[in-house]
Design a protein around this ligand. Structure first.
Ligand code: NAD
Length: 381
């Protein structure tokens, strides 16, 4: 038996932020990053909290470390909110999810029912889908590793997708985060756990990214493109939350933590090589195609690419991704990201080990060896 349930209520489209007015009379802990405060974007949220008691915790940093979660729990304990509102990209949302999760587990306060504290998240990037997932990715700075916490208790109660908040995202972050959406959707589509419900969400997300990411990149004020990418990010998030991901993410988690390149960019570098590996097509001699190659071919089919046979369909998908990356002026190798090839060579073994042990590897359609992962890694040096 399979089941499918979405806990998070999703308010989306222009004007979605107005739903915050329902927090009148509540104590609100607003968690965000310094950019949101400096740029004034935080005021777009604060203007709907005028009838609430609120405080702002703005210490979020990219690739959030446990230390920031700990500081946030202290702020939670000091303020004792009824509602936590997270405003920002995946980093702000993941940190807030971890703060609420651990505060409920650790804090033991008389006469206060912490289980009633609600989490509302407002993404300002269209990428991670964290607003609808049971994941929170926290970094161990000392070990140079990223660890995904996974629990249904991390799922936000409400997600607010307001495209106006994404207009200020610069083109390079639009590109990186947009490629993160595409990777989520493609990995969910070929996951060993995929099913009709997740496939429907992933398919829609892939189509939306291919049509609207170049438009959002070319013109950040294109509100329709921003809205469609915001929706795509959430749909892909729901899809991978239900069926998990694959080795694209396992390797990206490891290289993201080692070389501090953005999560979406790390995913993008690997995408065509992981498709190549997973499809297991051995040159022109292949006559029987794997189920995974057939699923990649389905993607090519709904994207209206060349699908003469499975090999050509998989090649067309890889070509379409490379064309998109070029349109978005994205690097195709770690060297192009400014990382020293020798440093990568010296860490190959460690990265492959981390990737093999990453949770996402369990649902990859092909079970990789350490050597397989090293070979994929060598293609992006
Ligand atoms: P981010 O949250 O780290 O933000 C990247 C940069 O963009 C920051 O400098 C931020 O200030 C800026 N920014 C955010 N919104 C902006 C806006 N509207 N205008 C201008 N600048 C803006 O990046 P991200 O890609 O959204 O999140 C990455 C994190 O999410 C990583 O730690 C990754 O591991 C994690 N992640 C989590 C999940 C999940 O399900 N929980 C899934 C994928 C990735």
């Amino acid at each position: 038996m399979k089941s499918f349930q979405i806990k998070t209520k999703i308010n989306f489209g222009k004007g979605a932020l107005e739903s915050l007015e329902q927090l009148a009379g509540k104590k609100v802990l607003l968690i965000t990053d310094p950019f949101m405060v400096k740029s004034g974007l935080v005021n777009e949220v604060i203007k709907y909290l005028q009838k609430s008691e609120y405080t702002v915790f703005c210490d979020i940093v990219p690739d959030p470390p446990m230390e920031v979660v700990t500081a946030g729990i202290k702020e939670f304990e000091r303020f004792m909110p009824d509602v936590v509102v997270a405003l920002g990209g995946g980093s702000a949302i993941d940190t807030s999810k971890a703060i609420v999760y651990f505060a409920k587990k650790i804090l033991n306060l008389e006469n206060i029912k912490l289980e009633d504290v609600k989490l509302i998240v407002i993404p300002t990037t269209s990428g991670t889908g964290s607003e609808a997932t049971s994941f929170s990715v926290i970094t161990d700075v000392q070990k140079g590793a990223k660890y995904p916490l996974v629990s249904d208790e991390l799922l936000p109660d409400v997600a607010i997708l307001d495209p106006e908040l994404v207009k200020s995202v610069p083109p390079n972050v639009t590109a990186d985060t947009g490629m993160d959406v595409l990777t989520h959707a493609i990995e969910a589509y070929v996951s060993t756990q995929s099913h009709d419900c997740s496939d429907a969400l992933a398919e829609r997300a892939i189509k939306l990214v291919c049509e609207y990411l170049p438009k959002a990149y070319a013109d950040g004020d294109d509100i329709k493109a921003r809205e469609k990418m915001h929706n795509a990010s959430c749909l892909a998030g729901i899809a991978f939350d239900k069926v998990s991901l694959g080795i694209n993410h396992s390797i990206a988690h490891a290289i993201g933590a080692k070389f501090h390149i953005s999560h979406g960019r790390a995913n993008s570098l690997l995408l065509v090589h992981v498709i190549d590996y997973n499809s297991q097509i051995k040159g022109y001699k292949t006559i029987e195609f794997s189920e995974t190659a057939k699923k990649y071919a389905e993607i090519s089919s709904f994207l209206k690419l060349n699908i003469f046979n499975e090999k050509i369909a998989v090649d067309s998908l890889k070509d379409a991704i490379i064309k998109l990356q070029k349109q978005l002026n994205m690097p195709l190798t770690l060297t192009e990201c400014g990382i020293d090839a020798k440093e990568v060579e010296s860490m190959k073994d460690e990265i492959a080990e981390l990737a093999l042990n990453d949770n996402c590897t369990k649902t990859n359609p092909v079970k990789p060896t350490k050597e397989d992962i090293i070979k994929i890694l060598e293609k992006i040096i």
